[in-house]
Design a protein around this ligand. Structure first.
Ligand code: WT7
Length: 649
């Protein structure tokens, strides 16, 4: 390695020479390395060219090869004699269970593929999915991939309006939905929202609606509707998968950008599948014959696409999928599931960990979690406090933790420790994976200088194309270039701040717009939150920069207290003072919050991200903005009422 980073030498102390070789090989022959990863998949026709970057920033990977993502996820394992291996262990929220071997899943998926063909769906057509976390969702996704249809999964927590805009943007021909799904102890309707989205002649591109019966709840029935079971029961169980061009679109997934309109992130087949299978195998140290893997993400998000559907199945893994929320009937549910299925690899989000911390470690008492060996984290920076709790309470201080940084746009994990490669570090996502080249640059695009005490914070960029990178924003090529490629030409702008520590390990600092500037000093909201959460009273914290005439921005922190520690906490004014001093001690006077507000909930999106924009509105005394994407919009009313009742500073 050239450049300012001195510490790749740490590889020499790794316990696993095979991993050292992986890093070395990727460094010396990056494209050869990726070709080798791609060749672990089954290609209907082999590729001869690894990367075509002549149309940058739209990459073409393995472009003259032909491949079928569904064949790789299912047929290949059955043909290799692993048809009897369990693919899915489904646990419904009410406690019903179902398991599918690879052979079962293949039969069902072939049937579903034939059913889609019978409804007139052809290669390249878009199919919207609006589903709960049930096996049919996985089957429907794979059936689309099998026939070359482009799926666009819309998270079941989104409203009818959001569904409508996404259907229109993608011009989908078919929606696959279910009557409802179980969430929070209740049957939660889904088809109803589809009916709303399609009402009054809206979504004219939709020709048919396929409806899975999950809950048996009443549904209105329209002309375009067909029951999933009716469509499948008449469908043939034979279907031969053809190979599609490697750059054939696989799916669109909408994600929020800085503007109001969601971006339809486009992923294609060969490169995406290469990225997800390689990272899933490597980052989770997967042993498909013996591991039981569980990723708690909903299929409505990229984590569900890459690490519930395509990665694990392409690798022949056995995995758990769970329909509901972690608190039904009690917060012990997840740990019961781990015990029951002997889960060995577990992948979840820091927000979940912090929720469990808030409840207290009793939730795992009496559970046998000894099957666990790898614990993953994704979605936001994991503060050292939560990392340690995860490590000690869930992992019994003997599991490897992988903090994985990536995005909807990157398709697969970009930065993460690899188990047993390095000594992990609470709160740091550490190194780009072999094959991935990142840097951290300043305002001018110059890489930040690494010193003995670490580096300054800067913008995280990805400097070379990678197979699972997005190929564009559906229908908006200009926005693609503008958003990701215009700030630092030739480099992909991730939108996250980051810095190196003295060892050259990477610490993510939150989105660029969450980086705050106080008196000319750049601070990360995540860093202050982490300091707050280190205090034993604090379960969760959200920090925003509020406009300030003197210092440009001032720090306002919102904290939730830990129920199990609350008894010894003094009144709120004293808590505020003590925590402000605490942060001063942890980070420095510059990071001292102007104000600390004790709250009982934080405003979160349905995917669990804290909506700092709304907290900034409160902190700056503005009327609260759009709350429609909140999981629970009453949270903001409670916070606002509390603020008008008087603050501590
Ligand atoms: C943003 C992407 C990747 C799947 C889930 C989210 C943040 C994600 C980490 C991590 C710090 C992280 C970043 C990124 N993020 N993982 N391990 N450490 N931040 O996908 O909705 O596309 O969000 O999530 O800010 O840009 P997404």
């Amino acid at each position: 390695m050239e450049g300012p980073l001195p510490t790749w030498g740490i590889l020499t102390v790794m316990e696993r020479p095979d991993l050292a070789n992986l890093y070395r090989q990727a460094e010396t022959d990056r494209l050869g390395f990726w070709a080798e990863q791609a060749n672990r998949l089954y290609w209907h026709e082999p590729f001869t060219q690894t990367l075509d970057w002549t149309q940058a920033p739209v990459a073409r990977w393995f472009a003259d090869g032909k491949i079928n993502a569904c064949f790789n996820a299912l047929d290949r394992h059955v043909l290799a004699g692993n048809g009897e291996r369990v693919a899915l262990l489904f646990e419904g929220e009410p406690g019903d269970t179902k398991s599918f071997t690879y052979a079962d899943l293949l039969t069902e998926t072939k049937r579903a593929a034939n059913a889609l063909l019978a409804l007139g769906i052809r290669s390249g057509d878009r199919v919207a999915l609006y589903m709960p976390m049930i096996p049919e969702t996985v089957i429907a996704i794979l059936a689309c991939a099998r026939i070359g249809a482009v799926h666009s999964v819309v998270f079941g927590g989104f409203s009818a309006d959001s569904l409508r805009t996404r259907i229109d943007d993608a011009q989908a021909k078919l929606v696959i939905t279910s009557d409802g799904g179980y969430r929070k102890g209740k049957a939660h309707p889904l088809k109803d929202a589809v009916d709303h989205a399609l009402s009054a002649g809206n979504c004219p591109s939709i020709e048919n609606v396929l409806v899975v019966k999950r809950t048996g709840m009443d549904v209105a029935w329209n002309e375009k509707d067909t029951w999933w079971t009716d469509a499948l029961s008449t469908a043939d169980t034979e279907h031969v998968a053809e190979g599609f061009d490697a750059e054939h679109p696989l799916f669109i997934l909408y994600t929020s950008g800085t503007t109001g309109k969601p971006k339809g992130i486009l992923h294609t087949t060969g490169g995406y599948l290469t990225g997800v299978s390689y990272t899933h195998r490597t980052v989770f140290d997967l042993k498909p014959e013996s591991d039981v893997y569980w990723c708690t993400a909903d299929v409505g998000w990229i984590t569900g696409h890459s690490y519930v559907v395509y990665g694990p199945l392409a690798n022949g893994a056995t995995q758990v999928i769970y329909e509901g929320t972690p608190d039904i009937p009690t917060f012990e549910r997840w740990w019961q599931i781990i015990e029951k299925y002997k889960v060995s690899i577990f992948y979840t989000a820091p927000t979940a960990i912090r929720t469990f911390m808030k409840i207290g470690k009793e939730i795992v008492s009496g559970k046998d979690l000894s099957s666990l060996r790898i614990l993953g984290s994704v979605g936001e920076p994991i503060n050292p406090e939560a990392w340690l709790w995860y490590h000690e309470v869930i992992g019994n201080s003997r599991c490897e933790i992988v903090d994985t940084w990536w995005q909807t746009e990157t398709g697969s994990i970009m930065i993460s420790p690899i188990p047993f490669a390095f000594k992990t570090k609470p709160g740091s996502t550490q190194r780009p994976l072999p094959g991935i080249n990142t840097s951290i640059v300043d305002e001018d695009g110059t890489p930040v200088v690494q010193t003995d005490s670490g580096s300054a914070a800067g913008y995280l960029t990805i400097d070379e194309p990678w197979p699972s990178m997005l190929r564009g924003i559906w229908g908006d090529p200009e926005r693609f270039i503008e958003t990701y490629w215009s700030r630092f030409p030739g480099k992909y702008l991730a939108g996250d701040g980051a810095r190196y520590d003295r060892d050259g390990d990477i610490w993510l600092l939150g989105r660029i717009d969450d980086v705050i500037n106080v008196s000319g000093h750049r601070l990360s909201t995540a860093e202050i939150e982490s300091a707050l959460v280190e205090h034993h009273w604090v379960a969760e914290a959200a920090v925003v920069g509020a406009k300030d005439e003197v210092t440009e921005q001032a720090i306002v922190a919102f904290v939730i207290l830990r129920q199990d520690e609350i008894a010894d906490a003094p009144d709120e004014e004293t808590i505020g003072k003590i925590l402000r001093t605490w942060v001063t001690e942890k980070i420095g006077a510059i990071a001292r919050p102007r104000q600390i507000m004790v709250v009982t909930e934080l405003p979160k999106t349905r995917s669990g991200k804290i909506m700092r924009r709304l907290l900034r509105d409160v902190a700056e005394g503005r009327p609260i903005g759009d709350v429609t994407t909140l999981a629970d919009s009453s949270v903001m009313t409670a916070i606002n009422d509390k603020l008008s009742a008087g603050a501590n500073d």
